[in-house]
Design a protein around this ligand. Sequence first.
Ligand code: AHR
Length: 325
Amino acid sequence: MSFKKLTKFIAIGALAAVVAVPAASLAAKADSLTIGFSQIGSESGWRAAETKVAKIEAQQRGITLKIADAQQKQENQIKAIRSFIAQGVDAIFLAPVVATGWDTVLGEAKQAEIPVILLDRNIDTKDDSLYMTAVTSDQVLEGHVAGEWLAKQTNGKCNIVELQGTVGSSPAINRKKGFEEAIASHPEMKITRSQSGDFTRAGGKEVMESFIKATDGGKDICAVYAHNDDMMIGAIQAMKEAGLKPGKDIITVSIDSVPDMFKAMADGDANATVELSPDMAGPAFDAIIAYKKSGTVPPKWIQTPSTLHLPDTAQAEYDKRKDMY
Ligand code: AHR
């Protein structure tokens, strides 16, 4: 898809629909702003889309965006933040790979009076003044949505295997918590196996293969819950290679709503996905523009929606999104 077409898609399509941005702020320009974005890496289709959308949203607003790819390492993110501070950027966006260990470096940003905005993941800190706002989904809610849907689907009876995200990351912690809370009132729903696939397709496939092996060909598995779609795509492949029918023999529910998952649902290989908007940067740019222009302090949390998608709309959703990832 051309840049022009993609830009139009964002303006009129799904992203504009799911993230409510005031019209006035969309019009805001910030020609002189330079923002440093410490991105985790490109472990998933969702992450790559977040980076792509951030570049487009920056360009639309005339912002200079410097992106540092941390290749999944917190130490690289810390180095990038220090480099952004040394360069005197106007703001720093941080997608934190793990939740802990940020106080020192964010203290340095605060000391330098550079506002920090968290994108898509949260941090564990006792000092909320270390960041200005967080643009994230409610990750506990995502787990709830997935768990409640599965409970209905199985009449509260199901042995579940879980593919966790990156150990120590806020979505892995919170999506697990939310899902466990949702199934807690169903005594015959149990997570029988749970392991990290690190949010990658390869990780999801490998872990699912080991689960299938350990259960004599997947005999005991009623459903897979994956903390993201990429791991589920890997798991679907593992199920097929083991002679199982994903989406039929084993129910699937995961999070992100990337085009490949809609394709899998349309093909009958998957059952449900909870949407995570890849447009985290747009609302963050608007927040920083308003702050720089008029001192408007944004709310501490800018929440993006967590909509459940099912196979009935999968083909239409796929057609709508396939070119933007
Ligand atoms: O923090 C958001 C998560 O990170 C997405 O669900 C996953 O795909 C990504 O890697």
